[in-house]
Design a binder for this molecule. Structure first.
Ligand SMILES: [Zn+2]
Length: 402
């Protein structure tokens, strides 16, 4: 039998709508078969029983915006690098991952999609996080909001390139700066292909956001980072001052966004503000981590090994070498959850939701993953009482955490 029957008990089960103390879950054939108070459930005699030791039994985390780990970037161009980076995030509780492109040449992006298809095809439960899809993030960025990405590789959306990418079926999240020529056609095709259409690395005005919204755009990448504000839109259009991406996301209930809650990018009041304004159903936690995750401080590249942009890891966060800004995070999703719990009013239930069910819903994979519910795939974490990852299961099979 490929999937051993699994019981996880002795902890607080994090359900979609509540915390269940002294709970247990039973997993059969890779799926969740029963959930309830441990005293009410009959454990199968052949089950492997895991004790959560008073910690939490949590859904696996879903990361829709992530570039790398353990020295590898998803743009490196080979399947082993992709697997290594995914393993780096699996240790931190991510069980569904969306490898994310940086800016790059058309060939580099096509190769990234090739190798992600290969890794997805060859994946088995227990290997590492499942590759749930690709986030086509670079290259359709605005030049004035390119941030830490490789410069000179950003460009306007090219239908030949993106239609070929969407055709593959692996792209589930698709980013484009809303002010670029052709952005609306990009969003329409992205939605047609079943993607979450998102605006990022953009200096868009309210008017441009509204046009994008009508074309199907419903999400903005890493709120407050590499996005427009009233001041930056004023630099483009003068007076009267106009609304920006920030006001648009806050005012439209259907819009979702994400925060990099590593404790370095955003102060606690901004995390609290984003949580209170958007709520746990419209705010995702993402790592946006680069290849320096779980690596010593030093110099690294964001993006491809040969043409990536330099960044400095100080052991806490990535920084641009010229000191002008941050260059993505170097910590995993467990860290993001702990930051939300300790620095905001979100609590364990909503913080975990923002790292699991909400991104699963937004990316369209919530029928299979994202929460502990009967029938879903048994992607389960055992967390300590202080939210450190103890064990990781995909489809009920334990992932090695070395
Ligand atoms: Zn970014």
């Amino acid at each position: 039998m490929p999937f051993p029957t699994l019981v996880v008990q002795g902890g607080t089960v994090i359900l979609p709508d509540r915390l269940l103390e002294a709970g247990a879950i039973i997993c059969r054939e890779g799926r969740i078969a029963a959930i309830g108070p441990a005293s009410d459930l009959k454990f199968p005699a052949d089950a492997r029983v895991i004790d959560a030791s008073g910690g939490y039994i949590s859904p696996g985390f879903v990361d829709q915006h992530v570039h790398g780990a353990l020295g590898c970037d998803f743009m490196d161009g080979d399947a082993d690098s992709v697997r290594t980076a995914i393993r780096g995030h699996t240790r931190h509780g991510t069980t569904s991952i969306f490898p994310t492109t940086t800016t790059g040449t058309p060939a580099q992006i096509a190769v990234m999609l090739d190798v992600c298809e290969e890794v997805q095809r060859e994946w088995k439960p227990g290997d590492h996080a499942r590759l749930a899809g690709v986030h086509l993030y670079g290259p359709y960025f605005a030049s004035d909001k390119i941030g830490a990405h490789p410069r000179g590789y950003e460009r306007n959306p090219d239908p030949t390139e993106y239609l070929a990418a969407f055709e593959r079926g692996i792209v589930k999240v698709a980013t484009c700066a809303a002010e670029l020529p052709g952005a609306e056609a990009f969003y329409r095709e992205a939605v047609h292909a079943g993607c979450l259409a998102t605006c990022g690395h953009s200096n868009a005005s309210w008017t441009e956001m509204l046009r994008a919204y009508h074309a199907g755009m419903r999400h903005v990448d890493h709120f407050w980072c590499a996005m427009s504000n009233v001041r930056s839109v004023r630099d483009r259009f003068r007076e009267p001052m106009q609304g920006s991406m920030a006001e648009f996301v806050i005012m439209y209930p259907e819009m979702s966004t994400e925060v990099i809650a590593d404790g370095c990018h955003l102060a606690p009041e901004l995390l609290e503000f984003a949580y209170r304004m958007k709520g746990a159903r419209r705010l995702c936690l993402v790592t946006d981590a680069n290849r320096a995750l779980d690596m010593p401080p030093g110099e690294y590249l964001i993006g491809p090994r040969d043409t990536g942009e330099r960044l400095i890891s100080d052991g806490k966060v990535g920084r641009m070498p010229d000191g002008t800004g941050l260059a993505s995070s170097i910590v995993g999703m467990d860290h993001m959850v702990r930051t939300m719990v300790s620095q905001t009013s979100a609590g364990v239930l909503d913080s975990v939701r923002m790292a699991s069910l909400t991104p699963a819903e937004r990316t369209g994979v919530d029928r299979e993953v994202g929460s502990l519910e009967i029938g879903k795939l048994a992607d389960v974490l055992v967390l300590s009482a202080d939210l450190h990852v103890q064990r990781v299961f995909t489809s009920g099979v334990e992932c090695e955490r070395s």
